[in-house]
Ligand binder design. Structure first.
Ligand SMILES: [Zn+2]
Length: 566
């Protein structure tokens, strides 16, 4: 999703206090060490609870089986804001087991769990469900069980950031229902193995039963629709590709549908648009930007990843979310100063980074968000050229906060970043990397190559870091570590001293937190670019300059701070 960070009221009060202290320290120039300490105290990670571990850890009770397919049925009772349904889980046994864990929020009741017509015993702890099988499940076999459940799912407090169900009404007073649950968890509304590492290999069938006058849009392709005598209609959707659990969604409303096709790099791609009936004309005009956008992303990032499932935008009562093949759109048909709709571009970018290249633990969420936020600039570059893209990147740079490390802790479904740095700082980390590489053709080759290297399965953030080092054949581990594992931006300390012969001595070093941090810097000397490789050790270079005015360090294309020493 997009740029947002949440602070509780209490935290906000403390933050104001800290901002005061912060300004004081900046003023008297003792910045880094002091504020680090304050931030460590303020944004301490953990301690984590048993509940966090049950949700986030990939224990044997979860890794012992691989989900092949989910067959989800949900009946939505709008007046009561409740749901009831079932999920049939087809799984493959990875290591022999008698007991496994699935997940379903505790306020949803489980009616039964059936395995070959036999009721399975289960226990529940927080939002985890432990299922006992009557006999050992043998490695390699493929089998299935069904969970029947009902209840009232959480109402979203501030969707999409604080997720859950959204029970709204449109302008005509018709029901308008959605669900967004990134971070919060798909298990807040349906039973599954709620761990990012396991996407159903063969996708899903999602059947949603709603009142007859309304339409339900879910992920993938609409394969069937059936009316019942009780005044309801079931919409059957089929997702062919593996899908992140938080991407699974439903949208119920007075929708109208229009479609288009795109001649893409892999053939015809079906584009479907679902908007509220009174927005049809507006949407037809506004969504015209989708085709050039997809052409741009296909050019730079690789083919649209889900040709079989198609591309879709669905109008939602919340801002947006990268729901695979059914992107949530709630930006009121508005373009930004750069002439595009941020939600369309950002959430569509997630089809490549997030939905195609997917992480296996929320700790690595930067892989989804940094690349997608950078993809916004790629779109600007594709349409308006590099100079305009640099202008766009500067708008992102203003939103960097440096409050906490972008890298999160593993195995606890961490979702408590205090700022949006994984988006904007993440994007700037990538722009800085592109500057270091200083070869645009090679840079585009790397982004395109990622598409193939990290397709299928779930990628670890560490692997992405390493892969770039290997691809570019440059040691980048300290570079990634500085921008991801620490909240501080590296500071280039330097001196410029005039010598007796009229030349200058330029001494420089980085002040950084990552061990062995090193990175090139570009300096403009009499208008000519010269590159120096800076480390955390002092180095000195002789420069022939007419005056100090002919010396500029490039801070426009590097995310660094500079500090001139006497
Ligand atoms: Zn996003």
């Amino acid at each position: 999703m997009g740029n947002f960070f949440l602070l509780s009221k209490k935290r906000k009060a403390v933050k104001r206090w800290v901002v005061g202290i912060w300004s004081y320290f900046v003023f008297i120039n003792i910045v880094i060490a002091q504020v680090s300490t304050i931030n460590d105290i303020l944004y301490q990670r953990g301690p984590f609870s048993r509940k966090d571990s049950l949700r986030g850890a990939l224990t044997l009770l979860r890794s012992c089986y691989d989900v092949l397919f989910y067959d989800l049925f949900v009946k939505v009772n709008i007046p009561e804001q409740s749901i009831s349904g079932s999920n049939t889980i087809i799984y493959k046994v990875i290591t022999e087991f008698e007991r496994i864990q699935i997940d379903l929020f505790s306020q949803l009741e489980i009616d039964s769990i059936l395995y070959h017509h036999q009721k399975l015993l289960f226990t529940r702890e927080h939002n985890a469900v432990f299922i006992q099988f009557p006999f050992s499940q043998v490695t390699g076999i493929i089998d299935t069980f069904t969970v029947y459940y009902h209840g009232k799912p959480n109402v979203a407090q501030n969707p999409p950031w604080q997720g859950g169900f959204i029970w709204e009404k449109d302008k005509n007073g018709r029901p308008w229902v959605g669900v967004a649950c990134q971070g919060h968890g798909a298990s807040s509304w349906w039973p599954l193995k709620d761990h990012l590492s396991d996407e159903p290999d063969n996708g899903m069938r999602i059947t949603i039963n709603v009142p007859q006058s309304l339409m339900c849009v879910s992920n993938g392709v609409l394969v069937g629709q059936e009316d019942y005598e009780d005044g309801t209609t079931s919409f059957e959707w089929r997702v062919h590709a593996p899908i992140n659990s938080y991407n699974v969604t439903l949208n119920i409303g007075d929708y109208v549908h229009f479609s288009d096709t795109l001649q893409g790099v892999l053939g015809i791609l079906h584009l479907d648009f679902y908007v509220l009936s009174y927005h049809l004309e507006k949407a037809k005009k506004h969504f015209a930007q989708v085709k050039p956008l997809l052409h741009c992303f296909e050019k730079y990032l690789g083919p649209y990843p889900f040709y079989e499932d198609g591309y879709a935008l669905v109008e939602t009562p919340y801002w947006g979310m990268e729901h695979q093949g059914a992107i949530a759109y709630g930006n009121e048909f508005k373009n930004n100063n750069f002439g595009f709709d941020f939600i369309i571009v950002h959430e569509s970018g997630h089809e490549w980074f997030g939905n195609h290249i997917s992480i296996g633990d929320n700790a690595d969420l930067w892989v989804h968000e940094a690349f997608t936020t950078y993809a916004e600039a790629i779109y600007v570059e594709c349409v308006h050229g590099k100079e305009k893209a640099l202008e766009y990147l500067q708008t992102q740079r203003k939103k960097i906060n440096n409050q906490a490390a972008i890298q999160g802790p593993y195995e606890v479904n961490f979702d408590a970043w205090p700022d949006a740095d994984m988006y904007y700082k993440g994007s700037w980390m990538l722009h800085t990397l592109r500057t270091i590489i200083a070869d645009d053709a090679l840079w585009w080759r790397a982004l395109r190559k990622m598409y193939d290297v990290f397709r299928g399965g779930n990628v670890k953030g560490q692997r992405v870091r390493l892969w770039f080092s290997q691809f570019f054949n440059i040691e980048l581990s300290s570079f990634f570590s500085q921008y991801l594992d620490f909240r501080e931006i590296p500071i280039l300390e330097y001196r410029l001293q005039k010598k007796a012969n009229g030349d200058y001595t330029f001494s420089f070093r980085f002040q950084a937190q990552a061990p062995n941090f090193q990175m090139p810097i570009d300096v403009l000397l009499n208008g000519e670019k010269k590159r120096f490789w800076a480390t955390t050790e002092w180095q000195a270079q002789n420069l022939s300059l007419t005056s100090e005015k002919d010396f500029t360090i490039d801070t426009e294309n590097y995310l660094i701070l500079t500090q001139k020493l006497k």
